[in-house]
Design a protein around this ligand. Structure first.
Ligand code: SF4
Length: 474
């Protein structure tokens, strides 16, 4: 999964899949004046369809996920999940035949929704556990949500896409990684970890889009769990979103295949990739591989998606200056105009005893990105504590163009996507007209990069044997 930290007020809120009343959410948003997050999460629209109690009247948005977890159990006693196998068997009923797979002899299937490319025998599931082979047909998740919220697009984070607008975010369950510091672990790890207890409600694509329209969101985003493994459902929602005149976004770990990137291209406008590390050993430990993530960043940029990259800076994991430089250099080699968000870790999931990343540490990471030639670097999850690193400046004349505090846009001086001082074009999709133009623009020129060589060098640098950086099964 990516960086968007679940339905809730933002950094520190944690958790995923909690649906709270609009009234309560607005009240909590008022209480969040320091954070200045106009957080709006809400109940799903139809209790009839969902078959669950319709109201959860008062939830304080400052509650950490533990409190949210108990509240959720009270709200949906009939739907409480034990996680693990119980949840898995119930989710099997909310599926449809997938698109991103091929049928093989002896009722086997090969899934290519993510870079694991699982070979799945009849009756078995893939590494993500949400896609499974039923009599030679790959069944994939459909028709439910584990989290749904309307909040600022800056929370995803997208800073160069429709700034200051609201995004309607939805998530399902499951992930192809198993990060110990996951900030959405209730959604992403439910099928592996009985403690997670993620819950779902049935919902249609039309209902999600209706929620977006009702709350005046300009975009719909697939996030919270890893959206690649639920790509077919995302496309179903995005088809409806496009019909309703909305933009669409993906918040993903980038552990993709060229096939899924091409499948998504007609339907996804913004794509946020979580570059977690440049150390192949780290990726192996999280259950993935570095190489497909690097290839995906390049591929997404070349295919014409609007791409932003985020790195959660975790002390003792990926925070050395050398590694931060490696990540920044790689992004610059694709394009120096790709925004890079370096965000502050807070203790979560199995890494409760780790200290949070300080404001000073994320500022230093941002400085490294700037020194390496990236035009747009942002320090996140430390609202008001990182000085100018929340703002967008013109790379040509340094004029302040977009001033932010946390997820709030305080001032926007862009003029038709250009610097109001010197007139330089600022890369981004700033308006719905830009979104339309980017859909029609087609592919971008992108440098040829020898990514296997990058990874081989990184393996040597971080003490792995050549080729020893393949992800472990989750
Ligand atoms: S882990 Fe990836 S390749 Fe395997 S079944 Fe899930 S989405 Fe498909």
């Amino acid at each position: 999964m990516g960086a968007d930290p679940g339905p809730g007020p933002g950094p520190g809120a944690g958790g995923g899949g909690v649906l709270v009343s609009e009234h309560a959410a607005k009240e909590s948003a008022n209480a969040e004046s320091k954070q200045t997050v106009p957080f709006v999460a809400f109940m799903l629209p139809s209790s009839q369809t969902m078959g669950t109690p319709a109201r959860l009247e008062c939830v304080c948005a400052r509650f950490r996920f533990r409190a949210m977890w108990y509240i959720r159990r009270m709200a949906w006693p009939g739907k409480t999940s034990a996680g693990g196998r119980d949840c898995e068997s119930r989710l099997r009923k909310m599926t449809k035949e997938g698109t991103l797979y091929e049928k093989l002899p002896e009722l086997k299937t090969r899934c290519f929704a993510c870079a694991h490319r699982c070979l799945i025998a009849n009756g078995r599931a893939g590494i993500c556990r949400v896609r499974f082979n039923q009599a030679g047909e790959l069944r994939v998740p459909s028709g439910y949500a584990a989290g749904l919220a309307v909040d600022p697009i800056e929370k995803k984070p997208f800073y160069h896409a429709l700034p200051g607008s609201q995004a309607c975010s939805f998530g399902m369950l499951g992930c192809d990684f198993h990060c110990e510091f996951c900030q959405n672990w209730i959604s992403s790890q439910t099928l592996r970890d009985p403690q997670a207890g993620g819950e779902v409600v049935e919902i249609s694509a039309e209902q999600i889009v209706e929620v977006a329209r009702r709350h005046r969101a300009l975009s719909v985003t697939s996030t919270y769990n890893e959206p690649l493994i639920t790509s077919e459902w995302a496309v179903e929602v995005f088809r409806r979103a496009r019909e309703a005149g909305l933009a669409t976004g993906f918040v993903s770990n980038g552990h993709a295949t060229p096939e899924v990137v091409d499948y998504l291209r007609p339907w996804v406008d913004f794509y946020k990739v979580d570059l977690k590390s440049f150390n192949p050993r780290n990726y192996r430990d999280l259950g993935g591989s570095l190489e497909p993530v690097l290839s995906t960043i390049r591929l997404l940029y070349g295919r014409g998606f609007w791409v932003e990259v985020v790195t959660l800076v975790v002390p003792g994991f990926n925070d050395t200056e050398a590694e931060l430089r490696d990540m920044a250099r790689f992004i610059r080699s694709v394009s120096p105009m790709i925004p890079w968000h370096v965000t502050s870790f807070h203790s979560d999931y199995q890494w409760q005893n780790r200290t949070a990343t300080s404001a000073r540490q994320v500022v230093r990471a941002a400085e490294v990105g700037h020194e390496e030639g990236l035009a747009f670097v942002y320090a996140g999850n430390r609202p008001g504590d990182v000085g100018d690193w929340e703002n967008t400046r013109c790379p040509a004349c340094n004029a302040l163009l977009i001033e932010r505090v946390g997820f709030t846009v305080v001032r926007n001086e862009l003029r038709s996507g250009r610097c109001s001082q010197c007139g330089a074009a600022i890369p981004g999709v700033w308006t719905m007209e830009d979104v339309e133009a980017s859909r029609a623009a087609g592919r971008r020129d992108v440098a040829k990069l020898d990514i296997p060589k990058h990874v081989a060098e990184a393996e040597g640098k971080y003490g792995l044997a050549p080729g020893d950086s393949t992800g472990r099964a989750g």
